[in-house]
Design a protein around this ligand. Sequence first.
Ligand SMILES: [Zn+2]
Length: 410
Amino acid sequence: MADRFFPNEMPDFVAEAPLEESSSSKRPEISLPKLLSIPSKALFDILKSSAIDLKERVVRETWGLRGKRVQDYTVYTGALGTAYLAFKAYQVTKNADDLKLCSEIVMACDSASRESSRVTFLCGRAGVCALGAVAAKHAGDESLLDYYLKQFKEIKLSSDLPNELLYGRIGFLWASSFLNNHIGNNTISNTRMRTVVDEIIKAGKKLAKKGRCPLMYEWHGKKYWGAAHGLAGIMHVLMDMELKPDEVEDVKGTLRYMIKNRFPSGNYPSSEGSESDRLVHWCHGAPGVALTLVKAAEVFGDEGFLQAAKDAGAVVWRRGLLKRVGICHGISGNTYVFLALYRLTGNEEYLYRAKAFACFLHDRALNFISEGRMHGGDRPYSLFEGVGGMAYLFLDMIEPSKARFPAYEL
Ligand SMILES: [Zn+2]
């Protein structure tokens, strides 16, 4: 088990201390123990400049050096992830070049995905159309906005679609919420979204039958619990929907079933009945569940969900310094658990923990990857598996209370 993550030897909490004059001129070389105590403002400046360098590198590797041609168009591992990162950089720096770059990449992804039958934000056509529409809105291009919205509305959901986030119905609903959030309420109508919610609830009840958990889902024959393919991701997005009272109870009941059946360590199984307490990822394990529990505590104001979210956060602190950098199953994604807990509780300890994970990445990740002590990933510059995610996290660290797990937290 220990080889999946670095033992977390960082102190549980370090108070901020003024930066010594001598070190301030050489900020990039500040060591990890010192980084943990420097004032937030100074740290965020360091992370911002690191984020911008990383973003440039990601753009060069995934776009420029590939002749601006798109093979993998997805947010998850492909060109659209770079566009999403460019959009984030635009939101933070207001540099219009980043918005232009985002639109240019989305346009290439639009051509590359026209025949695709995938429907989600993270791995499908909905991501292209939704991000395209939002970028067009920011650029003030009404006709392009209309074009992407029309394309989005033409997406067809087949009857045999799974329900999970990466390829299934809930991933389409997330894209719809993203549009309603950024463009305006009812951009995608409640009626359209309700049809999909009905199918998801129906499928969940059917598989749960009279089991102990009110809703259950399957992906490739397995009843997953995590955010990417299972219950945590589905419940997370359902909480953004207008649910009927009995559906709300089903969501709460499903989350309580998961809490009751977690491992003694506090971690969560990757699938129903699994006894392997191994993965502490957003995709499988405590981090993804923690984000859903934070949301449940926000939405339902329930003390039990709040406590369970804190417990899952403690697992991430102990076992979450993974030997990968990315968002899906890497340190960057795990850092968002502390940012979400900080947003929920206002407790500075969680902000410190987010800073500590980000400092660890800043101080060590690139060296560790080149030394082979961390995996660079199959798609080393992608948003969800590579350093694209690290750049995104560093940009989010600048305003921690506004940070949101990319393509997942609204
Ligand atoms: Zn993963």
